[in-house]
Design a protein around this ligand. Structure first.
Ligand SMILES: CC(C)(COP(=O)(O)OP(=O)(O)OC[C@H]1O[C@@H](n2cnc3c(N)ncnc32)[C@H](O)[C@@H]1OP(=O)(O)O)[C@@H](O)C(=O)NCCC(=O)NCCS
Length: 140
């Protein structure tokens, strides 16, 4: 059942693993992302538009491994994989830890609350990449 849900979903799950031996490994961090069509509110112009946005939906590093740069490594890997910058992301239900994390590593702090469970940063709307998706309603 869970397997089917994952296969049929267009979400991407990045996992950071540590090998204890060549045969054994442990998962120490996960990052779940995916495209979503959101009605995005741009505070600067006071309007909403349907936009395809790459969303960060789940992000977790095991307590015993936090504050060691694993989270930064994981998010950098995903951004490079997707050819995106941190300011291109929407974040679902960000925790205080994640907001601190985004400030520390990407100097992002000016939140535009979307009134649902998502936030983007003001810098989202500065970017030509997002402007294109904003105007086209996304490229799926
Ligand atoms: C957010 C999280 C994924 C970051 O992973 P990480 O491996 O600790 O990240 P890094 O080591 O690369 O960066 C650490 C920075 O993130 C921020 N941060 C991480 N944990 C924090 C906490 N408990 N309180 C405040 N800031 C925190 C800080 O800026 C921290 O810098 P510092 O180590 O100098 O204090 C991890 O803390 C976590 O899993 N938290 C619990 C789950 C969570 O909140 N997930 C976000 C869901 S939206």
């Amino acid at each position: 059942m869970h397997e089917e849900l994952l296969i049929n979903s267009d979400h991407v799950l990045y996992m950071m693993i540590e090998h204890n031996t060549s045969a054994n490994f442990v998962v120490v961090g996960i990052l779940k992302t995916g495209w979503k069509k959101l009605c995005l509110y741009n505070k600067a112009v006071g309007s909403c538009k349907e936009t395809m946005v790459y969303c960060l939906m789940d992000f977790y590093v095991h307590e015993s491994r936090q504050h060691k740069g694993y989270g930064k490594y994981l998010i950098d890997y995903m951004l490079q994989d997707m050819h995106l910058c941190a300011k291109n992301l929407a974040i679902e239900n960000p925790t205080k830890n994640l907001l601190e994390f985004m400030w520390k590593h990407f100097q992002l702090s000016k939140i535009v609350n979307q009134g649902n469970y998502f936030i983007v940063y003001e810098e989202f709307f500065d970017d030509a990449f997002n402007e294109r998706n904003h105007n086209d309603g996304g490229n799926g």
